[in-house]
Design a protein around this ligand. Structure first.
Ligand code: URA
Length: 217
């Protein structure tokens, strides 16, 4: 698996990321969603540089221009619910992409000591020979991401798999590295220190779903 960490280079990503993490800014839900969306746009632009393009001639009012267009269709699939604002940012760049949605959640044991990943709802277009971008803002253990990937790839074979995450923990990166095909690329905003006992990313930002949409029961 190839890993691309966008924060290795200076860009406005640092600004968006700082706002996203800051407790006093997080109280503004609209800004929180918007910052995830803006990071999605930056991630998508970086992904776009790695894709294949084919010649495309366009007619302007004054003549012909030999240009390029994407060689393969793009599908953006997001893990509900925290993936929704990231999805919107990715769609800003890949504006003709098809969209897919899949739900995954941690079902905790009674003593909260362990959990299993439940993948339930999915609404996914045909992925065959397309560029699949799977969006999940927080790559923590990597278990829900892998469960979703396995579900999506069960019957369909995309040409390329890209994972888009805002913040990743080293544990999640290692887990995906062990389990995903080598030709996968993981695009990350920033890599954090570790997971805590509850499998939250530290320092992270908290619960991305709750911050974007409000606490759930
Ligand atoms: N999901 C989140 O929203 N935050 C984390 O830190 C880990 C998983």
């Amino acid at each position: 698996m190839k890993i691309r960490n966008l924060s290795e280079q200076n860009s406005v990503l640092h600004q968006f990321m700082s706002e996203l993490r800051a407790v006093d800014v997080q109280t503004d839900r609209m800004r929180f969603r918007k910052n995830i969306e803006r990071i999605g746009t930056l991630l998508a632009f970086e992904i776009s540089k790695s894709l294949e393009y084919v010649p495309n001639t366009v007619l302007t009012p004054l003549g012909e221009k030999h240009s390029f267009r994407l060689a393969k269709p793009v599908v953006i699939a997001s893990i509900l619910r925290a993936g929704i604002p990231l999805h919107a940012g990715l769609l800003d760049v890949f504006d003709q992409a098809e969209s897919g949605f899949i739900s995954a959640y941690r079902a905790y044991s009674e003593d909260h000591g362990s959990f299993e990943i439940k993948v339930e709802y999915q609404a996914i277009p045909d992925l065959t020979n397309k560029i699949l971008i799977l969006a999940d803002p927080m790559l923590a253990t990597g278990r829900s991401l892998l469960a979703c990937c396995e579900k999506l790839l069960e019957e369909m074979k995309p040409a390329e798999l890209h994972i888009a995450a805002v913040i990743a923990a080293p544990e999640g990166i290692d887990y995906l590295q062990k389990h995903l095909p080598e030709n996968t690329t993981l695009w990350i905003g920033e890599i954090d220190e570790a997971l805590n006992a509850q499998n939250y990313i530290v320092p992270g930002l908290g619960d991305a779903g709750d911050l974007a949409f409000g606490p759930k029961l």
